[in-house]
Design a binder for this molecule. Structure first.
Ligand code: BGC
Length: 387
């Protein structure tokens, strides 16, 4: 190489090298924010009128990653939750229907908020401050999920909420003194938010003017491979609970908390939901005692879908979680897009207090008194399995 050529070569290589270094420096200094630039949004659509003529809406919350959740103010129901899987493939991970009419017809609480007291109250009776109350019976001899017309079947008042890192709707409902047999006017607020960390956050708040039991929860049936896409038996489940509330065949607790050790209920290490389900008559429908009783936000469950790699983690301030594996789904519910939901096609992870608490002096109390606030936070966080 001549001197001139060498000079030319070095000049150009040097310039190129410098550009490269500058480019790397520029890009590495800038953190990649997923979906940056895209904006969060809330869309409100007409979802029709109830049989009683009440107007109902459907809200679509979208976060910066383009994750979406649809919620109606009828029953505070999550109707749709498309979550990305491998290669960004979206699948709606909650069971439900396309129309309000179908949500008004009998169904097993798909996506709803249940209350005033979720889960069972034995014989629909409890005594509080010396007075015995009789509740509506809607589950054989027992009261379940708030009664005949629980919070899943009422129209909630809705208000849109936009914050820096989340979009949401605030749903309010006044449950009147005597409703379904419960004492006291109970003012309930549920805030559903979708955060930019792909979390569905549920903030519950309630106040009362007379002492009353309160145990609110969310009743989505999840299938992380997609609603209607087979059963959930191969999903890997973790629940960090050492004990569960022992219950009889009608699912009424004895009051004893038994260890999960050496039983098919032990999910302290990840295990397939179906691995030992045959040893559990009917399937899982159990209330786990979480290892947190202090009311702080704690890890409560993790589920991983084997094929799509979708992961859902649950965090809650509640002391218990009901695992229900869709044991009573029998194909009679035709869901969204005509998909049929058979036995074990979904699982529920309902964060709550233990069943029949008003009749179990050994369980943490669910009695709310005037001047107190019922507060409960649960987060369902979605992500992809890391390889
Ligand atoms: C209960 C089940 C019940 C289901 C639907 C669950 O929360 O634990 O026993 O069948 O809800 O009603």
């Amino acid at each position: 190489m001549s001197l001139k050529n060498r000079e030319y070569f070095f000049k150009h290589v040097l310039v190129l090298l410098l550009c490269g270094v500058l480019a790397v420096a520029c890009t590495s200094g800038k953190e990649e924010i997923p979906g940056e630039g895209k904006s969060m949004s809330i869309k409100k659509e007409d979802f029709g009128k109830t049989g009683a003529g009440e107007k109902v809406d459907l809200y679509t919350l979208t976060n910066r990653n383009n994750m979406v959740v649809k919620i109606t103010n009828y029953g505070a129901i999550v109707t749709s939750l498309p979550v990305p899987g491998k290669e960004g493939k979206l699948a709606d991970v909650v069971l439900g229907f396309d129309t309000l009419k179908e949500y008004e017809a009998p169904h097993p609480y798909f996506g709803a908020i249940v209350g005033r007291v979720g889960n069972r109250i034995a014989k629909g009776k409890f005594t509080l401050d010396g007075v015995t109350y009789t509740l509506a019976l809607n589950n054989g001899n027992h009261h379940l999920h708030g009664g005949i017309k629980g919070f899943d079947k009422v129209v909630w008042k809705a208000e849109e909420i936009k914050k820096e890192n989340e979009v949401g709707i605030k749903l309010s409902y006044l449950s009147k003194d005597g409703e379904e047999g419960y004492p006291g006017n109970l003012a309930v607020t549920i805030v559903y938010s979708l955060t930019n960390d792909n979390e569905l956050k549920i903030n519950y708040l309630a106040t009362t003017d007379k002492p009353t039991p309160v145990n609110l929860t969310h009743h989505s049936y999840f299938n992380l491979e997609g609603a209607g896409e087979g059963d959930v038996l191969e999903h890997l489940l973790t629940i960090p609970a050492d004990t569960f509330a022992q219950a009889d065949e009608e699912l009424i607790p004895s009051g004893e908390l038994l260890p999960v050790e050496n039983t098919p209920l032990d999910f302290r290490r990840p295990a397939g939901i179906g691995n030992r389900i045959k040893e559990v008559p009917g399937g899982y429908d159990h209330n786990y005692v979480l290892n947190n009783t202090g009311g702080s936000l704690c890890f409560a469950a993790r589920v991983e879908a084997p094929r799509s790699g979708r992961v859902m983690e649950v965090f809650t301030t509640e002391p218990g979680i009901q695992l229900y594996t869709g044991n009573f789904l029998d194909g009679s519910n035709k869901g969204k897009g005509g998909k049929v939901y058979h036995k074990h096609y979904g699982f529920c992870l309902e964060t709550q207090h233990y069943p029949d608490s008003p009749n179990q002096p050994g369980f943490p109390s669910i009695i709310l008194r005037p001047g107190q606030e019922y507060r409960h936070l649960t987060i369902y966080k979605f992500s992809l399995k890391k390889n």
